[in-house]
Design a protein around this ligand. Structure first.
Ligand code: 0RA
Length: 735
């Protein structure tokens, strides 16, 4: 920088420079991390501004688009970021908003009553962490545009057109890939958050489109019922015991008006789902809004029960809060002017007064609701009593087994082949399907650090069993004892005997079932194991491939196809439709696509359809047809038509390449873990140096709850529909 330029620098410029550099130097401090979370957090930060505009009553539509180049656009029809000269900064207000930390839209605190954003850092942080950002504002009849790179203006504000009386803001940004380790926006992650925001801000339309790559998704979220519809969505695969019950109210707190909204519904299931929010932020660790709700719920149910002779004095005294929440789904959403977030992940609401405010709203309105709906009150109280009885029976069973010394940790289950190491951070517990695989695992394992627990038969489906029945199940009791953390009220994660719990099942339908049953148990009854990342899935190989006396193991069907195609293309040429020789990468991509078409066509056929007719038909009836159509549209970029495939010419090409790849290979498909000898099982699946394992993580609690209810619950119809819709996506199951 020249001296002349330097002397032009005024205080504001330095403020911008320092602010943007601070963010780029320590991005994690501002957005949490620089991985997948942080990358998506950038989007939330921008969307939050539009949501704020909606909360202020000026915006009804928000468009989010993943662009073909990997950038992302957020467009709203709010007032538009102000573009006039900022009174003290001597530059357009929009430039101030986008370059000065914490300037946000909240110049004087009067524009917005509450504001969202977990870190509340505002869109200037996103700007600092973006390779480029372009902002277009429609305001005062004109279209204005300004551009930035890494937080600094590259094209100053200019008027680029007229827009009549339209208003709004469009922000497009491309995150700086030198800062982030994640380099693409994920549909599943963004869709979950945008849906949640639409539930939490009723009436706002959020339209989400993915224009990147071949998989073009599009979805619109708008819920006029707000969090009532959220509860219905959460309970979609469950059987409700009443209508959704809704309360809301506002009370003056020490820093302004606190608003609270609660929607709840009981189902006939045994699990509890509590989703709590403060200023649209998902408070995963709960906090004062949740404690206020729980206390009021417990007190009101007990009081109503006693007053109306639905509870005896003794029952009244023995009921616990947990009993009252069995089968409950609830969404609590509060708006607090100056929220304090605490806890490990800063997602626990700390403002003390919120407890009382939520509590009083819930107890007043819930009591009135019970008085007006005595039959619902009766059903809830009866369910509560059943839960309490089951808990009591479980406690007695536990005490009697403890007296016999079964569950005190001193006497471990007989089936467990424990390891010698005592430091849980170094040890692993393998849950192995079947005695024969259990035997191999026991022989092959590293005795110092690897413990083996063979499981015989199916594990109980805990989704459909209360705690008393669960503890009566020998397999479940064995699991609890081996893991060592206890259960329910006595749960203590610090007593975990292993920090890796590895589910090792066959790669077939039975194996998948056992794996799902075990995951249901961990997710519903020991969620902390999953939250801490202690639960893993072993990945035994599906194939053993021998070539020139060299043995290799292959994990999946897809990987095997890839290998055959690579080997097959190694020493032969593929001619394109016009007769020219294709380059290797393009030929491989074509072969991969043909293999996909083959699989889809086969699936469609197995379900009684003619794939050729489906592809020719107008519209898309069903997922199979749409998948095939998509695949054939990709095929057209190689100059081929569906009739080339159905006429047999392409199929032959694929078969030839594959056959060529198989020359000199012997391929063996494992039918189960039990087929591997001890060394083979250890080498491929258990050896820490070589194995592949999947760590089970919980990224979307809403989706997980819905999925477990769907797969493991009582409602048959949603499950039937899910299986039908997804049969085509399942390509690895061995029926
Ligand atoms: C500052 C002041 C005003 C609106 C905004 C910022 C604003 C920011 C964003 C970011 C995305 N969309 C947005 N929409 C609005 C108030 C403007 C006024 O008083 O007219």
């Amino acid at each position: 920088m020249s001296e002349a330029q330097e002397s032009n620098y005024n205080a504001e410029n330095i403020q911008v420079l320092e602010g943007m550099e601070a963010v780029r130097k320590r991005p994690a401090m501002y957005i949490g991390d620089t991985g997948e979370r942080g990358y998506h957090h950038l989007v939330y930060e921008v969307v939050d501004n539009s949501i704020d505009e909606a909360l202020a009553g000026y915006c009804s539509m928000i468009d989010v688009i993943i662009n073909p180049d990997g950038s992302l656009t957020v467009k709203d029809n709010g007032r538009g970021i102000p573009v006039d000269m900022h009174p003290t900064q001597h530059k357009p207000a929009i430039e101030v908003v986008l370059t000065i930390l914490h300037a946000g839209g909240k110049f004087d605190g009067s524009n917005y009553k509450v504001s969202g954003g977990l870190h509340g850092v505002g869109v200037s942080c996103v700007n600092a962490l973006s390779d480029w950002m372009k902002v277009e504002v429609k305001r005062g009849g004109r279209i204005h545009r300004i551009e930035f790179s890494r937080g600094h203006v590259t094209k100053p504000l200019e008027v680029v057109g007229e827009c009549g009386d339209e208003t709004g803001t469009t922000v497009t940004f491309f995150p700086d890939h030198t800062i982030f380790s994640c380099h693409a926006f994920k549909w599943e992650i963004l869709t979950a958050r945008l849906r949640e925001l639409a539930f939490l801000n009723k009436g706002v339309t959020i339209h989400f489109r993915d224009d990147e790559g071949e998989s073009r998704h599009e979805e619109t979220f708008r819920y006029d019922g707000g969090i009532d519809e959220f509860v219905e969505y959460l309970n979609q695969n469950k059987k409700p015991l009443s209508q959704v019950i809704h309360f809301e109210g506002a009370k003056e707190g020490t820093t302004g008006m606190v608003q609270a909204e609660v929607s709840l519904q009981y189902t006939d299931g045994y699990s509890t789902l509590e989703q709590t929010y403060c200023n649209n932020i998902h408070t995963i660790e709960g906090g004062t809004h949740l404690s206020g709700f729980r206390r009021a719920l417990t007190a009101t149910i007990k009081k109503y029960g006693l007053d109306n002779k639905l509870l005896k004095e003794k029952e009244f005294n023995s009921l616990s809060g947990d009993d009252m929440r069995e089968g409950l789904t609830v969404v609590v959403s509060v708006k607090v002017p100056q929220p304090q977030f605490e806890g490990q992940t800063k997602t626990k609401l700390g403002n003390g007064e919120v407890d009382g405010i939520v509590g009083s709203i819930v107890s007043d309105r819930l009591m009135t609701y019970f008085e007006e709906n005595p039959s619902v009150a009766k059903v809830i109280i009866e369910k509560t009593l059943l839960a309490a009885r089951a808990r009591e029976a479980a406690r007695m069973a536990r005490e009697s087994t403890r007296r016999k010394g079964v569950m005190d940790g001193l006497s471990l289950p007989g089936k467990l082949r424990d390891c010698s190491e005592r430091d849980p951070a170094k040890t692993e517990l393998y849950l192995v399907e079947g005695d024969s695989a259990g035997g191999s695992a026991q022989t092959g394992r590293d005795r110092a650090t690897q413990a083996i627990l063979p499981l015989r038969g199916k594990v109980l489906n805990v989704e459909k069993a209360r705690i008393d029945r669960m503890l009566a199940n020998a397999e479940i009791r064995t699991l609890i004892t081996a893991i060592g953390c206890g259960f329910g009220e006595e749960w203590d994660i610090s007593k975990a005997r292993y920090h890796k719990i590895v589910i090792m099942t066959d790669a077939d339908v039975d194996g998948a079932h056992i794996r799902t049953l075990l995951l249901t148990f961990f997710y519903r009854k020991m969620p902390e194991l999953i939250e801490r990342g202690y639960v893993y899935l072993a990945q035994p190989p599906l194939y053993k491939v021998e070539r020139k006396k060299k043995i290799e193991y292959v994990l999946t069907d897809g990987e095997l196809t890839q290998r055959l195609l690579t080997l097959g293309l190694d020493d032969c040429e593929v001619k394109a439709k016009d007769g020219s020789v294709m380059d290797k990468d393009r030929a491989k991509a074509l072969m991969t696509l043909l293999a996909e078409i083959e699989t889809t066509a086969k699936m469609v056929e197995e379900r009684g359809f003619n794939p050729e007719e489906l592809v020719a038909a107008e519209g898309t009836a069903g997922s199979g047809a749409s998948m095939l159509k998509k695949e054939f549209s990709s095929l057209s970029s190689y100059g081929y038509t569906p009739s080339d495939w159905f006429g047999g010419e392409l199929k032959k090409l694929l078969d030839d390449v594959r056959a060529h790849g198989k020359v000199g290979l012997s391929i063996y498909r494992f039918k189960g873990l039990g087929e591997m000898d001890a060394d083979e099982l250890f080498d491929t699946t258990m050896n820490p140096e070589k194995r592949h394992m999947l760590r089970v993580k919980l990224s979307d609690a809403v989706a997980a709850d819905r999925m477990f209810s769907l797969l493991m619950g009582d409602e048959v119809e949603p499950r039937r529909k899910f299986i039908e819709d997804n049969a085509l996506n399942v390509r690895n199951l061995d029926f």
